[in-house]
Design a protein. Sequence first.
Length: 467
Amino acid sequence: MEEKSQGQLLREALLCQSKNGWDVIDSSLEKPIAQYAEDYKVFLNRGKTERCCVNTAVELAEEAGFVPFVRGMSLEPGTKVYRVNRGKSIVLAVLGSAPLDQGVSITAAHLDSPRLDLKPYPLYEDNELAYLKPHYYGGIRKYQWVAIPLELRGVVAKTDGTVVQVSIGADEDDPKFTITDLLPHLAVEQSQKKLGEAIPAESLNILVGSRPLARVTGDNRVKLAVMNLLYEKYGITEPDFISAELEAVPAFNAVDIGLDRSMIGGYGQDDRVCGYACLRGILDLSSTPCRTAVCALVDKEEIGSEGVSSMQSHFFDSFLEDLCARQNVPLRVCYEKSFCLSCDVAVGFDPTFPEVYDKRNISRLNHGVGLCKYTGSRGKSGASDASAEVVAYIRKLLDDRNILWQMGELGKADQGGGGTVACYMANRNIDTIDAGVPLLSMHAPFETVSKLDAYMTYAACRAVYEG
Ligand code: MN
Ligand code: MN
């Protein structure tokens, strides 16, 4: 081996080294990374909505020995419990050997993704074509949602107390839906408009039928035919849309991206790529952890974490208070010693748009789990801004386990911004830092991550639990 020059030695001792993960990881990791990616794609394809993700999480948790939490049940070190919040968020815990006054180790992520929710009166007919009218959810770039295949998933709650599960378009043979776009031949005026204004929200009309109901007279025969098909399949009538949560989401599955198959493309990876990492992190715990492990997978992050199924909901506090009560530990005592890895996707550097990033402070694909000291906008507004001591703690935790990590910002200061659930955890007096998988095309119907980074984020969640 060549002897290193003094400059080289100094460089290694004094300067930051950021390396491509494929150059530094142990070759024994190749198989686990590939297998993890396969498992994750299955999760992603099943979990096109937050409710679907929760259902899948429950299934996986029960396979791993978790049981529904019931007040009064006996909780021993090693007991694995979960609790579902209104079908849209879930919290899981593995009781540790240490008492809860020593705090808990938390990973948190969100399961909701940008999409097109149906309005309360969605179905209409216009010029012999039937449409469903959505109200978009989360920060979408509207031009990305036209002329792609869509599927419909969700629930219809009927007044008789039954809840009908709706899924149309998930199976290969299922019909799909689409939002039409203007042909370039006649788009002269539209093409002059600003990108954000060219496709107005109220033009995102989902095409669902064109064939009139035969042998009846009167108006709206195409609409009537569509409603009739829905009635035959699901037993629902038009007023039932009022108490429904139906989401139009992209009707394509997660796939490998690249000749080298190093990446995954798919819908809803913000933030299911981290949700899956948190979930697998707690499911894969092989022994009883010292501190109690808690995994919170929540809803409504994309619209500000408000509401009963969000990270701000007291559902999370109630669950932990229930655990603490069994050991006569005040919740506040547990919180003040707890730690949370707030897992949400990081912005991945995209060489096609280099102008929006500070290139020395941005996460890159294949450089590992992306830590983020702060998010926010206009001078960190809305960020939790982890303290230096917390950042040092996570650096050491990951370094000690050879887990590849990097530190980045959202983008250039004043270029835009965003937030995560981190601040709501931190507001509970819990030390929190953001970390997640660097993502390309964030919030697009088709987002891209690297398999290596997804795996490293999972490894980071495990590290948090194993301490
Ligand atoms: Mn997110
Ligand atoms: Mn998001």
